[in-house]
Design a protein around this ligand. Sequence first.
Ligand code: EPZ
Length: 427
Amino acid sequence: MDKIFIRGGKPLSGRVTISGAKNAALTLMPCALLTDEPLTLRNLPRLADVDSFGHLLNQLGVSTMVEGARPEDFGRVMTLRAGKITATVAPYDIVRKMRASILVLGPMLARAGEATVSLPGGCAIGNRPIDLHLKALEAMGAEIELASGYVKATAPKSGLPGGHVVFPLVSVGATENAVMAAVLARGETIIDNAAREPEIIDLCRCLVAMGAKIEGIGTERLVIQGRDRLHGATYQVMPDRIEAGSYACAAAITHGELELVGARHGDMTAILAGLADAGVHIEERPDSILVKANGTLNGLTLSTAPFPAFPTDMQAQFMAMLALAEGASVLTETIFENRYMHVPELARMGADIQVRGRSAVVRGVPKLNGAEVMATDLRASMGLILAGLAAEGETRVHRVYHLDRGYERLEEKLSAVGADIERQSDG
Ligand code: EPZ
């Protein structure tokens, strides 16, 4: 398994190109199931999860063609075409490795009238049930059966009627599945308490480009008039706000200055407000954001919550940065029940962090020391990379396959702005 080796203490400086958003790509790709015409996605990030999703779609009969991209380019153009859905089963061995596979459920049900998807099971950050996905599809007229670890959804012969979905709590994935099912339903679907993350807006915009009728985009109430069919489209994937936020933390923690090229300020208001409260200088430019450390970092009190509040996917990265702040910080994780796996690893580097229930108290220390550390999940591993960039001495991060799921060419982007970082393969 690959490792990433970092010699810390070097302030980063320069421009980082922000890639297409992983969490937008993973909901845009299954949209190809909703039409027999080609869907072309531009600015698709080169990530393990994008490749895995492509393989899953191939198994369902979707052709995926990557147009020639020069090796030095970030992102790719992929044309997907579901001329005919040849299978309606998403098997356990794929779904268990990538939970986002559940996002084929809604579109497959809407297009083919049935869908069988392995239950995703839990992951490092929580048990992550899919009950809200299933209740939403039932509210739209689907029949749901659970048997031997699979969920089977079936629409009435006349097609999915549509209905009124009211989410008891905000769920990004359940909203995405409901929207992708509703656009081909026979009638109107209203979705209340819908997630409002920028990736949902990207999904809705792509579907509208394919001929869908969606009102209330960006709000918690979506009103969707189902269509008989959708047509193909070409759509540009939005920039990754979490990747951008992660590199912003890299500038802050190394007392450096980075220009985040392509980052969209409007997607990141809570992240940028957190950085500004920590004392980091933020400058919004037409097609980039300049992030400049200001010498010291102030402690913060932050709580994760659904968009537009502070995103859970930035909690680990902020914790690493605040480990070196002057004063104490209190971070509260309200979305996932076990998203503090990075704490013991940061502690091995000298961080002073006490987890009490859903909150972590981070007392700033003057320095971190390089160490051998273990990545456990995607964003935790980015927190360890950030700590390694700032630590005195050498850090080796194990199990970096977690990182490869969500950060395109990480060590290349970091070394281009001054980090002393390299990937070491076991062979
Ligand atoms: C998406 O996961 C993202 N993944 C996650 O990013 C992100 O952390 C999360 O949204 C929250 O913003 C993708 O977009 C591929 P949820 P998702 O449904 O859709 C509970 C990353 O690092 N819940 O909004 O799975 C759930 O357990 C990943 O890029 C139910 O109880 O998240 C959690 O506590 C990690 N029942 C909360 O809701 C359900 O049916 C929010 O989950 C669904 C969710």
